[in-house]
Design a protein around this ligand. Structure first.
Ligand SMILES: C[S@@+](CC[C@H](N)C(=O)[O-])C[C@H]1O[C@@H](n2cnc3c(N)ncnc32)[C@H](O)[C@@H]1O
Length: 301
């Protein structure tokens, strides 16, 4: 059915509803989530369009010269590693860049020879598949809830939260001013201003925001961006301020792994309880199960 006849059919249907029930039906149509399955495709398209806008504003490696420590840490990896942002470049996109010779999945072990080995890839953003998993399968209904993305970078978690959840407010806190400006540009262009707010600064200055949040997302926030003493201090701050009973904390990698090797006094068992996640929800072959399995959900005790 085309738009005009579908519209007519809806109006006819409304006209045939018992008059006393019409307000209830209209109210349901305005507020229901039952239409979500029809709008999700459109949400994917919007996120892909945002990714395209951001690709046009950023270099291929999606890292800024102001990110000294992160650039240095990638170079110091034991295996040759490159940063490829998973929100901006999905697997198909990487394949096409490799075909065009603009990117490589391998590095040469002996210069000039054909002996090559796979390059390590890391991403400082969640992919579309990961954010969909978080909002559709890991988190409960977020109606009326406040979500904070610690280190919001390109804003992936915030835009996806706007489109895939009913969260009342989505806050991003990001210490890099250039990334804050990019997020502001997207929020304005796509008219997300009613539910998304980005704060420029160190998360360690946002105690009351953390104390009031119902959901806190932490995607490998500190490891590449702070030295070990700063990471330990930031985690202590999170542990001190994320205390609202029943609130949810999503981390990549697990809290155990994030804290291992850092000198902190954080005790996990009196603070959080892990909520098991079902990582098998996407049966498709090309799904990156390893990436999904890095996502952990905790309930604050
Ligand atoms: C790995 S990215 C996460 C991006 C985004 N949350 C996502 O999942 O797509 C981590 C971001 O945290 C920021 N960051 C690191 N330490 C921070 C701090 N103490 N306060 C605020 N932002 C911080 C970094 O600048 C970086 O952009």
């Amino acid at each position: 059915m085309e738009f005009r006849s579908a519209r007519l059919a809806v109006l006819q249907l409304l006209g045939s509803v018992v008059q006393a029930d019409r307000p209830a039906l209209l109210q349901w149509m305005r507020t229901t989530r039952d239409f979500d399955e029809f709008t999700h495709d459109n949400h994917d398209i919007m996120l892909k369009s945002i990714a395209e806008d951001l690709r046009n504003c950023l270099p291929l490696e999606t890292m800024l010269s102001s990110e000294h420590l992160a650039l240095q840490k990638i170079q110091q990896h034991p295996e040759p590693t490159v940063h490829v942002d998973a929100f901006l470049y999905d697997e198909d996109f990487i394949d096409s860049l490799c075909e065009e010779g603009k990117m490589s999945r391998n590095y040469c072990m002996v210069c000039g020879s054909h002996q090559t080995a796979p390059l390590g890839f890391i991403s400082h953003s969640f992919s579309l598949m990961e954010v969909k998993f978080i909002y559709h399968h890991a988190l409960p209904d977020l109606s009326g809830k406040i979500l904070v993305d610690v280190g919001s970078r390109l804003g992936t978690v915030l835009y996806a939260g706007y489109l895939y959840s009913s969260a009342l407010q989505l806050y991003g806190v990001e210490m890099n001013e250039d990334f804050c400006q990019l997020q502001e540009m997207v929020i304005k262009k796509y008219q997300f201003t009613d539910r998304i707010k980005v704060l420029h600064g160190d998360i360690c200055t946002q105690g009351s925001l953390l104390q009031n949040a119902d959901v806190i997302i932490m995607n490998n926030v500190f490891e590449y961006f702070l030295n070990e003493a700063e990471q330990a201090r930031a985690w202590e701050y999170i542990n001190h301020n994320v205390r609202k009973q029943g609130s949810l904390l999503v981390t990549v990698p697990s809290l155990e792994e994030s804290l291992s090797g850092l000198q902190t006094n954080i005790q996990l068992s009196p603070w959080v309880e892990e909520v098991p996640l079902n990582y098998t929800v996407y049966p498709e072959k090309d799904i990156d199960r390893e990436a999904l399995e890095q996502i952990h959900l905790y309930k604050i005790l």
